[in-house]
Design a protein around this ligand. Structure first.
Ligand code: PLP
Length: 466
């Protein structure tokens, strides 16, 4: 009993301190610096224990990152051992073994000639690095006007200034400044929201034509890069139409536009392979950005895979004195790279195969939720999925009432033992890759009950006709 009392008090203290001293990511002005979120105390496998001691399935694997699951001793051990061996060295003028070894192993998994890695501290800094590299390369190659970046509505690429300028989700830019003059946004490749009367192949043609038109109108000589998540993650797990990515890749090649695959979510097993670009979608990007799952979230690390050809072009340019004035104190961090090496051992040692093995079961289990009238679509690939709720299935409209739907479902799920990531009218699922079939069943059952409870609630409150 005393232990219980101490825990409740600690939770209360945590809330009070957070309200006094912590600014959380993505707050609204009315609560900024005064907000307390649910505390998470510990984790094990696919579960986390919250501040009240409840055991919850970690539906989003943290933030799409705890791919190997919580409390992996071998990852914790390597963190400790590397810290005791060498906790840090300056990447400005020295290098360490874990980062060099990791680069070689990542190059072995990467498509095409992506032979080199530039390490960062996470996904935003990886995207920022890729973009600044494109700008630098075009300056050195004597075409400083070739800098525009093409991204897509619905995409998410980070929270630093330039990476955030690429974001195209609703509300991302309402109150924020951005480098909008440097960015062109194409239509979101979401087949569920394609224009009425169009089949998926026609929709794909439309998207490719739109890019072709942009290139014709703005001029290939002004466009430096196209950036795309192979499967859009926080935009609602959007799997593009068949052939879309390879046709966009071809347009980039024809127009000397760098294709940057933002694999911050899709790499390291989420789609069953270390990198998804080639193995899943058959494309060879010029750069791949990665983060999150590279260390399964045990240490902040990200990076950019860069093509050998691009580096060779720079070495052969007429400007050998030009400096890529870009680097982070924690680039090539020895602890991050050591953890990533161990994480790669885990992936190669069976976790990739397991993820591939359970992903069809995961998708078809969740697909059952489409029998509920509030659910417009369940979609996904590998071990990432999205349940999108709609006002009615005729219009498929995400009406204003839907703003609360994700949160309501999340609240019911938490009571029943599942953490979900509510995104307006959507719930996004991306559990640790270690998840087993019975746990997938439990997850779907909890979602089913929670969505049913939400529907009843909405009807009772007169917000939805049913
Ligand atoms: N790119 C993608 C596709 C992401 O999903 C995210 C984060 O969710 C980022 C970049 C930014 O990564 P980070 O939050 O590690 O800076």
């Amino acid at each position: 009993k005393r232990e219980e009392a101490a825990e409740v008090l600690a939770q209360g203290e945590m809330t009070a301190l957070a309200r006094q001293h912590l600014v959380q990511p993505w707050p609204v002005a009315g609560e900024i610096g005064a907000e307390a979120r649910g505390g998470i105390r510990s984790g094990e496998g696919i579960y986390v224990i919250d501040g009240e001691g409840r055991k919850l399935i970690d539906g989003p694997a943290g933030m799409w990152c705890v791919n190997a699951g919580h409390r992996r001793k071998e990852l914790a051990d390597v963190l400790y051992e590397q810290a005791m061996e060498l906790s840090y060295n300056s990447p400005w003028y020295t290098m360490n073994e874990p980062s060099v070894t990791l680069s070689a192993r990542l190059a072995g998994h990467a498509p095409g000639d992506l032979s080199h890695v530039f390490y960062t501290t996470g996904g935003s800094s990886a995207v920022e690095t890729a973009l600044r590299f494109m700008q630098f390369a075009n300056n050195v190659r004597g075409r400083p006007e070739k800098k525009l970046i093409v991204s897509r509505q619905g995409g998410y690429h980070g929270s630093t200034y330039l990476s955030a300028s690429l974001n195209g989700r609703p509300r991302d830019h309402d109150w924020m400044d951005s480098a909008s003059d440097q960015v062109i946004k194409l239509t979101c490749p979401n087949p569920f929201r394609r224009p009425a009367g169009m089949d998926e192949a026609q929709f794909c043609d439309m998207l490719v034509e739109e890019f072709r038109d942009v290139i014709a109108n703005r001029g290939a000589e002004r466009i430096g890069a196209f950036i795309a998540e192979p499967v859009m993650a926080s935009g609602g797990v959007i799997v593009p139409p068949y052939g879309y990515l390879s046709r966009m890749r071809a347009l980039c090649s024809e127009n000397d536009i760098l294709f940057i695959a933002d694999e911050v979510v899709t790499a390291f097993g989420r789609l069953g392979s270390v990198f998804a670009s080639q193995e899943v979608f058959g494309i060879e990007p010029d750069m791949i950005t990665f983060a999150k799952g590279v260390t399964s979230g045990y240490f902040p690390l990200g990076g950019v895979m860069i093509s050998a050809q691009l580096l060779e072009d720079l070495r052969r340019s007429n400007h050998s004195e030009a400096m890529f004035a870009h680097g982070l104190t924690y680039s090539s961090h020895p602890i991050g790279c050591a953890v990533a090496l161990k994480n790669l051992d885990i992936l190669e040692g069976g976790l990739l195969a397991h993820a591939r093995d359970v992903s069809d079961y995961f998708q078809s289990s969740l697909k059952r939720l489409e029998e509920l009238p509030l659910v417009g679509e369940v979609r996904g690939l590998g071990l990432m999925a999205c349940i999108e709720c709609v006002a009615d299935r005729v219009s498929n409209n995400p009406l204003t009432l839907d703003l609360e739907v994700g949160k309501r479902i999340d609240a019911h799920c938490q009571e029943l033992g599942l953490l979900v990531r509510p995104l307006i009218n959507m719930c996004v699922m991306s559990p640790p890759l270690t998840i087993e079939r019975p746990q997938i069943d439990t997850m779907t059952d909890i979602l089913h009950t929670s969505i049913r409870r939400t529907m009843d609630e909405l009807v009772r409150e007169g917000l939805w006709k049913g």
